[in-house]
Design a protein around this ligand. Sequence first.
Ligand code: NAP
Length: 538
Amino acid sequence: MPTAKRDSVASGGRLDAVVVGAGFAGMYLLHRLRRAGLSARVLEQGSGVGGTWFWNRYPGARCDVESMEYSFKFDEALQQEWVWSERYSEQPEILRYLNHVADRFDLRRDISFETRVAKAHFDDAKSRWTVTTERGDAYSAQYVVMATGCLSSTNTPKFPGLDSFAGRVFHTGKWPHEPVDFTGRRVGIIGTGSSAIQTIPIVAEQARHLTVFQRTPNFSVPAQNGPLDPKVQARIKARYGELRRLGSQMPFGFDVQFNEKSALDATPAERRAEFEQRWAHGGLPFLGCYSDLLYDKAANELAADFIREKIREIVKDPKVAALLTPDSVVGCKRLCSDTGYFETFNRSNVTLVDVRSAPIAEILPRGLRTERQSYEFDDLILATGFDAMTGTLLRIDIRGVGGATLGERWAEGPKTYLGLTTAGFPNLFMMTGPGSPSVLSNMVVSIEQHVEWIAECVANLRARGLERIEATPEAQAAWVEHVNEVADSTLYPRCNSWYLGSNVPGKPRVFMPYLGFPAYVEKCKQVVADGYQGFRLA
Ligand code: NAP
């Protein structure tokens, strides 16, 4: 059971490792570190395990990677025994799964819940970290691993008057634990990203009226979700290892079959057939329709036009359809995956408001005012996303060699070696950090790869009697350059997305994730084979 009591190993306790965060990453890492004989403690701000899946409880929250792939593969019995009920599982089911994992591997005894980390300071002379919680408990550890998640610090724009709102305010990324009923209520929702696109159809069914405030229309492909046929599940489990291996060899680290052809070489009839087949299959695999979709604007435009046509077919009011139609690049902001999103705008109790042409001026006690007019509602949902990838790391006072802060080092944007480490911060690892495939991959696959790399690295250091590992500034600079080069060869930097940090005012505009899971894995293996090339060991 979760516990908020002060920890016995705190205030002077010495550990081999402190892990911050008990989501998929922190949980598996704890298991692996323990197996390697290390003493480890996980510090988790929530009252339970689950990370993203603990906090994102908004109606309709579900994963956009299929459950059979969005789950751990490290334990054969676990992957054989767990039964998923849907192709894309809902948040409660994923959270049940993670609780099952915590029970199965007896993880909770080494996790301190309701424990927020305030500081992590490195002592150069002792080569140890002191991690201090907001309650003032201090842990001394040789290694610190930030398993804090890529989308864990919510972004709430500074709307004037937000505090004056008289009704209930929710953020999709920090949804209450108790059920929220919108029956008979007038609801306003700000945002039309993945979270909003999932929650809007469900809230619309409950609410008396739903007003959607949209700044940028988004591309979305129907998830084509449904119950997972037990026979299909059994067939997958019969060759699970092989299928997982094949998935991890694909660019995103899961089963997105990439058509090797260029969209520009296909005939109009071939293209239509391909797009229709991808649309019918559903979800993110749409991005694999042509090899140049994410690289060539003309190729991308063909796919964009197909989705725009679908929106016009689904949405009956041409003015609403036009407002919902994106004018950007498909996949540049993360492609959304929905169940009945565009259809929802045919309901008589749903209004779409364009806040691009007339931005939100202020929140009022009973609604909001745009630069054009006022709208009334009882409840406000902020589906305004996250300070992604760096937000949580930078909110913790992390100080490395010579007392330099991570905030100072990353003032112009995150700099890492392999997304796993950063120069000047010895023995500090990041799980799925900026510069790693992270959010451009199946997160669970990336997490397993990182956990195993870190566990092997630590075991290797211990076996050789070494105490310290640190990325060299040269290796880091070369890696940052490579990450940028790869991003610049794609269409990703061409729009305002959270991948670039452009959703948070003042955040440096740097493309953070690394595209290409298989190439990344090879690089990590090569670094080890070359004796931890790019690292200083001591
Ligand atoms: P998001 O994609 O960043 O969307 C935030 C929305 O809020 C955008 O529509 C944004 O408009 C709007 N917004 C922000 N500030 C605003 C302002 N000042 N005025 C008006 N509108 C404003 O966040 P998210 O929907 O929470 O999704 C984040 C990521 O989480 C996803 O991309 C995905 O990776 C993950 N996620 C995945 C799933 C899934 O697996 N299916 C579900 C939910 C989330 P602009 O676009 O104009 O900035």
